[in-house]
Write a protein that binds this ligand. Structure first.
Ligand SMILES: Cc1ncc(COP(=O)(O)O)c(C=O)c1O
Length: 360
């Protein structure tokens, strides 16, 4: 079990930032890193970074972002928070759970996505955390709800996916954590690092953290959201905005230039026709990962792993050291679900999703 650190890798690397950037510890870091045997051909040296274990009650990639986001919201004096995500958004659930633990009341505007049992479980778990949902009927129905939510006075706004420059600091810190683990000999330096690309904060933060930590790995960000909001330019913009945020807080020295193609690439091949669509490739990748003892899901990590498997099959990763960054919580949701008040606590539009028998 990794030691509980006293501070994030960001502050250990840049002590000037301590006390200047609000931070509240929520998770268990550093997360483990180890080899993963049997998922792809032995010609690929495959490792896994276990951010699925980043939190006791709920893990995945949102914990690192919320450590900075919730601390900033508290410093600004907010008691209520609002955010945005799909009906089954892990980000919305994590914000509700950790937000409640920090004393915030949390609400979210949510939009439709393909309904699976996993989405229903996320909704029930959110209800267990006292989350108030404002469901849109369609994408067209979103703008007025968003405008209304953002105009409410005294309510702090948390960016979708937690991917503001502040939330992205969590993954700058993650990149620096990997650099520290590499220096300590816990893992070798990697050639490629595969991760899902949604609201772009995880990949942008990692690319910046690796550059600051002196690692040369290429981040392969696998797109799982519509290209309009999820793309290379958006990721680079967030990289630059987060770098400026660090610079403003007094880090000395030149910041890394925006990453070139050797440091950051977006793979569009596995989008699978829509956000949350469980494509055949994603489902096959989830099954291949399960055979190697790794639990993934088809919306994010299944698509990222499908890209890695395809590149391995095509021989593109032969002889390379590859890291798969697991961003999906592996914490058993049973305890949270046991506390859920049930579908009756949800708004009617979402309650209806439980009417038909459970499937998928
Ligand atoms: C399991 C999982 N992986 C990856 C992502 C994508 O991360 P980001 O939104 O930072 O691009 C998300 C976002 O919700 C997620 O829930």
């Amino acid at each position: 079990m990794p030691a509980i650190p006293t501070e994030p890798a960001l502050f250990s690397a840049f002590p000037l930032l301590r006390g200047r950037i609000p931070f509240r510890p929520l998770g268990r870091f550093p997360t483990r890193i180890h080899r993963l045997e049997g998922a792809v051909a032995p010609s690929v040296d495959l490792w896994i970074k276990r951010d699925d274990e980043s939190g006791l009650e709920y893990g995945g990639n949102k914990v690192r972002k919320l450590e900075f986001l919730l601390a900033e919201a508290a410093e600004r004096g907010f008691a209520r928070l609002c955010t945005l995500g799909g009906y089954g958004s892990h980000h919305v659930l994590a914000t509700a759970l950790y937000g409640r633990a920090c004393g915030f009341s949390v609400e979210a505007v949510v939009f439709p996505q393909p309904i699976t049992d996993h989405v229903r479980d996320v909704l029930l778990a959110g209800a267990a955390c006292g989350l108030r949902l404002r469901p849109a009927a369609s994408y067209a129905d979103l703008p007025p709800r968003l405008v209304a939510a953002r105009l409410r006075r005294g309510v702090g706004w948390i960016a979708p996916g937690g991917s503001s420059p502040t939330g992205t600091l969590g993954y700058v810190s993650a990149g620096l954590e990997l650099a520290a683990q590499t220096r300590a000999g816990e893992c070798p330096p990697f050639d490629d690092l595969y991760v899902a690309l949604g609201s772009c904060g995880t990949a942008a933060g990692l690319a910046l953290g690796l550059a600051l930590g002196g690692l040369a790995a290429r981040v392969v960000a696998v797109r799982v959201v519509d290209r309009l909001v999820c793309n290379l330019s958006a990721t680079k913009r967030l990289f630059r905005a987060t770098a400026r945020r660090i610079e403003r807080q007094g880090r000395e020295g030149a910041l890394p230039p925006p990453p070139g193609a050797d440091r950051l690439a977006v793979d569009h091949r596995f989008y699978g026709g829509g956000y949350g669509v469980a494509s055949d490739e994603a489902q096959q990748a989830v099954a291949a990962a399960a055979r190697a003892g790794l639990m993934l899901e088809p919306t994010y990590t299944g698509k990222a792993f499908a890209a890695l498997c395809a590149d391995a099959r095509d021989g593109l990763l032969d002889g390379r050291r590859v890291l798969f960054w697991n961003t999906f919580s592996s914490v058993d949701p049973a305890a949270l679900l046991a506390q859920s008040p049930g579908p009756e606590a949800l708004p009617p539009r979402l309650r209806r999703l439980f009417d038909s028998s459970r499937s998928a």
